[in-house]
Design a protein around this ligand. Structure first.
Ligand SMILES: C[S@@+](CC[C@H](N)C(=O)[O-])C[C@H]1O[C@@H](n2cnc3c(N)ncnc32)[C@H](O)[C@@H]1O
Length: 271
């Protein structure tokens, strides 16, 4: 047996298959050695990323971004909540939410492409846009009027919010029901994959499940999926949706923060 044949046979014994030779789209969070790829390419899984997704230092980063956004009653509450937690526990505060998760992920992954379902006034979107100002962002929302009893001003307002951070990338809006508008959009863009995807739109169990299933194939290897409200008492079914639809999958590693606030889930794709 020749040396390459021996190497392949050994790989098959160890891995149960030959070394991978085709490598799917990947992010900065990967290691790829063409023709000699023994491990799955992801460098940092959920354990590596978890400390970057919350805690006092990251809360301060998110706070600095909130401080530059237009006010609404929810944003004011979140800002005051952050200030109270930081005053009490400082850097030792163990807290995470959609904002801290997205700031941390955008810092580490430096996304070239970001998909967000559920944009509202652009708060979570600003977390990514401020850390990755050249990013291509696809933003999907129905812009339901008076959502959660707060105004939902639409794309022009969101555009003006991200301009506050000198955003120079592209911001593409897909306005409509995500379960209807995203599939045709994906069909038109077969080569489009994302470094980070957030699902925070339809908060029914069926709608959130459909969104997660729909977007997961568009996540790059090494990329991150973010799911909001895993412990929001107004949406008690979403934690179960997260566990059944995402945490249970073997090609992902996951971090779930659900002890304070509305909670957040983050999954890193490995295959
Ligand atoms: C919780 S808010 C998003 C908050 C935003 N991610 C943030 O952190 O600032 C949910 C948004 O999802 C939108 N939405 C609800 N159902 C939707 C659907 N089926 N398709 C698209 N957007 C939807 C609402 O219009 C609303 O703006």
């Amino acid at each position: 047996m020749s040396a390459p044949q021996k190497a392949k046979a050994l790989a098959k014994r160890i891995l149960g298959r030959h070394p991978m030779v085709t490598v799917p789209p990947a992010v900065a969070n990967t290691y790829v050695e063409a023709g000699n790829q023994w491990y799955r390419p992801t460098l940092g899984g959920a354990l590596t990323l978890a400390p970057r997704l919350g805690g006092g230092r990251v809360v301060r980063e998110a706070l600095a971004i909130l401080d530059r956004l237009g006010e609404d009653v929810y944003l004011t509450f979140v800002r005051n909540f952050y200030l109270a937690g930081l005053a009490k526990y400082g850097d030792g505060w163990q807290y995470a939410d959609i904002n801290t998760a997205l700031v941390g992920l955008a810092e580490v992954l430096q996304p070239a492409a970001y998909l967000e379902i559920g944009v509202r006034r652009g708060r979570s979107l600003a977390m990514v846009a401020s850390k990755a100002p050249a990013c291509h962002i696809v933003a999907c929302d129905l812009f339901i009027e008076n959502y959660a009893n707060m105004e939902n001003p639409g794309p022009d307002f969101v555009r003006s919010e991200v301009q506050r951070f000198g955003f120079s990338g592209t911001l593409e809006f897909i306005v409509g029901d995500s379960t209807r508008v995203l599939s045709p959009f994906f069909d038109e863009r077969p080569g489009l994959f994302f470094d980070i995807i957030t699902v925070d739109g339809d908060h029914t169990a069926a709608g959130a499940h459909a969104d997660l299933i729909n977007v997961m194939p568009r996540l790059k290897i090494g990329g991150a999926l973010v799911f909001d409200d895993v412990s929001n008492p107004s949406h008690p079914e979403l934690g179960q949706v997260w566990r059944d639809t995402v945490v249970a999958r073997s090609e992902l590693s996951t971090f779930t923060f659900d002890e304070i606030g509305f909670g957040v889930g983050v999954a890193i794709r490995h295959a």
